[in-house]
Unconditional design. Structure first.
Ligand code: NAD
Ligand code: UFG
Length: 335
């Protein structure tokens, strides 16, 4: 549908955005990227171009800046937006909710207003499994009850609701809401990966800090959950598979709002992750069982068949590849 058309990528220098840019360029798409480097580095844009052997047009700036977005839409014939830009740290969102509502919700409203003005009514949005809150059952289908338990999650649900309201008001809008499960891994070149500006607190980056001795040990948050080994179960998905999901969604955009789970459909426990990472990379991961972290669901993993059925997309890369590629990136980019 959008072959040979220009696609705007917000947050394209970030972890998932940069991998998606590589896949889009490899797929022959023209792309324009906007990012303010709030949680990424300019180097990512160079690497995207290096890996794909193609160039992209880059604007440094904030999506909350309507004048900048006006300029981007005036200078480029944009037919669809893939919207990654936003903050994503749950604990930070609890401490600084206004910052999250401003950046994520207000930023999206500014973007949608400029899109509307320029007649661009197609958006792929980075939603999250967080919109399912504490799920009642797993695997989770797209029809599961929505409910959120922290401000970050609420920003995602509010944006989803805005998309549903806009679509109800004007049937020309096309929205694909991609609900990611737990993205991990890195590009197989070892050149592109997760390179955040702050202190990581997601499992995979913390495992790598423990493996490299940056922290003395990993704390396993709870081993008394009703799961096979007592630790929480999540659906870890390789970031390159996730990136390819965006290309698939772009090729299947249609009027209305569709939500898709992007996950593998497999759940792994915290202890299984530690074991797999240590085995695949031949490293020791010191850990200790600690108390539960507030707000963690025992199990959160996807039923991803809607995406397979409707987008023709299915995750291909397994847990070992995720562990290998994540470690390779860290090893090659030691600071
Ligand atoms: P990331 O922080 O690596 O990427 C986000 C990018 O957006 C960064 O490059 C950042 O600099 C940029 N950005 C932030 N605010 C901006 C603004 N106002 N204007 C311009 N650029 C801005 O995060 P990621 O892991 O790549 O996540 C991308 C999207 O996917 C986010 O919306 C996130 O909430 C969502 N998501 C991520 C996960 C995850 O675990 N990584 C899970 C579910 C959903
Ligand atoms: N965990 C530990 N020790 C740590 C870090 C994490 O035991 O040091 C455990 C957590 O308790 C949880 C599992 O590892 O059981 C995964 O935790 P993450 O923080 O990596 O991921 P979450 O599933 O909690 O959340 C992630 C993103 C959210 C997103 C959600 C669903 O951080 O933004 O996936 O997509 F909403």
């Amino acid at each position: 549908m959008f072959k040979n058309k220009t696609i705007l990528i917000t947050g394209g220098a970030g972890f998932i955005g940069s991998h998606t840019c590589v896949e889009l360029l490899n797929g022959g798409h023209e792309i324009v990227v906007v990012d303010n480097f709030a949680n990424s580095k300019p180097k990512a844009i160079d690497i995207v171009q290096q890996l794909s052997g193609k160039s992209l047009k880059f604007y440094e700036g904030d999506i909350c800046d309507a004048n900048l977005l006006e300029r981007i839409f005036a200078e480029n014939d944009i037919s669809c937006v893939i919207h990654f830009a936003g903050y994503k740290a749950v604990a930070e969102s609890v401490a600084q909710p206004l910052m999250y509502y401003h950046n994520n919700v207000y930023g999206t409203i500014v973007l949608l207003e400029v899109m509307k003005k320029h007649g661009c009514k197609s958006m792929i949005f980075s939603s999250s499994a967080t919109v399912y809150g504490i799920p009642e059952t797993a695997p989770i289908t797209e029809e599961a009850r929505l409910g959120v338990i922290n401000p970050y999650g609420r920003t995602k649900l509010v944006i989803e609701d805005i998309c549903r309201d806009l679509s109800a008001s004007d049937s020309e809008w096309c929205f694909s809401l991609l609900r990611y499960f737990n993205p991990v891994g890195a590009h197989e070149s070892g050149k592109l990966g997760e390179d955040p500006n702050g202190i990581p607190n997601n499992l995979m980056p913390v495992i790598m800090q423990a493996a490299s001795g940056k922290i003395a040990e990993l704390k396993v948050f709870g081993n008394d959950y009703p799961t096979r080994d007592g630790t929480c179960i999540r659906d870890y998905i390789h970031v390159v598979d996730l990136a390819k999901g965006h290309v698939a969604a772009l090729n299947c955009m249609k009027q209305g709002v569709e939500a898709y789970n992007l996950g593998t459909g497999n759940g792994y426990s915290v202890l299984e992750m530690i074991e797999a990472f240590g085995r695949v990379n031949n490293v020791n991961i010191p850990y200790q069982i600690a108390s539960r972290r507030q707000g963690d669901a025992a199990e959160c993993w996807s039923e991803p068949r809607k995406a397979e059925r409707e987008l023709g997309w299915k995750a291909q890369l397994g847990l070992e590849q995720m562990c290998r590629d994540a470690w390779e990136f860290v090893q090659k980019n030691k600071k």
